[in-house]
Design a protein around this ligand. Structure first.
Ligand code: FAD
Length: 453
């Protein structure tokens, strides 16, 4: 399936991609269609040969930004066949009530797909693309930005491969980013104070057309329907450190199960093998990355988690990585040379990477938070403003999942909207959400200069 011939070294014009995770194959196809030969180097085994699951969440969400890329590559129909549409999220509150929030005001769904199936499909597509050569079990150990060349390990030996242009799709622990850092770029690699475990469970009472979540303040449980069975893929999030509920405060399957039951009482009853699953499933950290430089001249550029790994709660990590590739390629289409194109890519895209990382973390806080009267009043005012002036105020989730607009402008405008709602609640109290006449809300919106479109 994969190309077993060794990667060629040294030919002028060669493009190298480090990493064949989710973004690497997409970058390979785009670049091969424009420039011919592309060599992809991946440190892991080929997941199509190795049935053991490599990687993180069982499921990933595809939204508009991702679909646009898959459409451009001609992969949309194949991917749709392995997806399930989700119309909204259903919150299961501690009171026993449920609250369903559609993802879009127009009932447009997002799409859940099993990560490994999507990954295999993307690798197959890259493999079939003329010019693309995929090489697995070849870790890049070092990047020399001057030569430029990559030091590639092959068992006990290693050798240098030269390239002309290189794209680092090598994720959170990126060796390409490390090379930029050695040249003065400043990067932040952190771990969210949250860890998670995944489990598979049966939720017969839950609608399979929705994502389900159980907020518990300092903990959160989320579940997506699996496509290939009638089960759900669930993830429980606890803080890593600190007092209960946290992973530090509950060690071992039984203690974790008890903590789980305290946080999610109704749900625990539905998972007969809860303690066994919590005992055996790995506890995964949530990594975050930022980097203040994404490119080096015309020779190296970062994509995806290598430069903006984020909390997973908006379902935008992969979608935005795909969009990075698209942005990079459109810069290459427009600019006169690679250095100008890479500079333009960094200029237009870096603020968006930082913004979606911020939005994702804030979304976690919104989903996990227990109902709070002030926050509910502000949220209700936001909803009224959105309903009253739908062309002017667009919910943030919708802007991220169903549009191609810049994440940073979406974030800035959402902050303005929330500031406006906060002012209204300050002035009129919690009753503003229900009692304030529409006309007064319109007046507020009119005098709010920062919220003006
Ligand atoms: C729990 C969870 C849920 C998520 N859910 C969603 C979701 O619903 N929707 C969404 O859009 N995103 C989601 N994400 C984010 C998404 O998984 C990532 O943003 C996406 O995988 C980034 O793709 P990437 O190609 O940049 O990195 P990766 O997919 O991590 O790929 C990096 C690749 O580079 C390889 N590599 C690393 N170093 C080297 C080296 N030195 N030499 C060679 N190869 C190397 C790795 O082995 C790996 O294959 C989720 C993430 C998590 C943790």
């Amino acid at each position: 399936m994969q190309d077993s011939s060794p990667p060629r070294a040294g030919a002028g014009g060669d493009i190298a991609i480090v990493g064949a995770g989710l973004a690497g194959p997409v970058a390979a196809i785009y670049l091969a269609r424009r420039f011919g030969r592309v060599t992809v180097l991946e440190r892991r085994r080929d997941p199509r040969r190795d049935p053991a699951r490599v990687g993180r969440s069982l499921m990933v969400i595809l939204s508009d930004r991702g679909w646009r890329v898959l459409r451009e590559l001609g992969l949309e129909p194949r991917v749709r066949r392995i997806c399930v549409p989700l119309a909204g999220r259903c919150g299961h509150l501690p009171s026993g009530d449920t609250v369903t929030t559609p993802y879009s005001r127009y009932n447009t769904p997002i799409w859940a797909v099993e990560r490994e199936r999507l990954h295999r499909l993307l690798l197959d597509a890259a493999q079939a693309e003329p010019g693309v050569r995929l090489h697995f079990e070849l870790p890049v150990r070092q990047v020399d930005l001057d030569r430029p060349a990559l030091l590639v390990g092959e068992g006990d030996s290693e050798r240098w491969l030269s390239y002309e242009h290189m794209v680092g799709c090598d994720g959170v622990h990126s060796v390409v980013r490390a090379a930029l850092v050695s040249r003065g770029a400043r990067a932040h690699v952190g771990t969210l104070d949250l860890a998670y475990q995944e489990m598979v469970l049966r939720l017969p009472k839950c609608d399979r057309g929705l994502m389900h979540y159980w907020p518990a303040g300092d903990a959160l449980f989320g579940a997506f329907p699996l496509v290939s069975s009638d089960l759900f893929a669930g993830s429980v999030f606890f803080r890593s450190q600190g007092p209960a509920p946290s992973y530090a405060a509950a060690v071992g399957g039984r203690a974790l199960a008890e903590q789980f039951a305290r946080c999610f009482p109704g749900l625990a009853e539905d998972i007969p093998d809860l303690a066994a699953q919590l005992e055996t499933k790995p506890i995964c950290a949530v990594r975050l990355t930022r980097c203040d430089r994404w490119v080096h001249g015309g020779s190296a550029a970062l994509i995806g988690d290598a430069c903006h790994a984020m909390a997973p709660f908006m379902g935008q990590g992969m979608n935005s990585a795909f969009e990075d590739v698209r942005t990079l390629v459109s810069c290459l289409d427009r600019e006169r040379d690679w250095a100008a194109a890479f500079a333009e890519y960094e200029r237009t895209r870096r603020a968006d990477g930082d913004a979606i990382a911020e939005i994702s973390y804030e979304h976690y806080r919104t989903m996990s938070r227990l109902p709070d009267p002030r926050q509910q009043a502000e949220e209700a005012v936001v909803q009224r403003l959105v309903n009253l002036m739908p062309d002017r105020f667009v919910p943030l989730y919708e802007r991220c999942a169903f549009s191609q607009e810049s994440f940073s402008s979406a974030l800035a405008e959402d902050r303005d909207l929330r500031d406006l709602a906060s002012c209204i609640v300050d002035r009129h109290g919690f009753a503003a959400a229900t009692d304030l006449p529409d006309g007064r809300l319109r007046e507020w919106a009119a005098v709010s200069p920062r919220a003006a479109v």
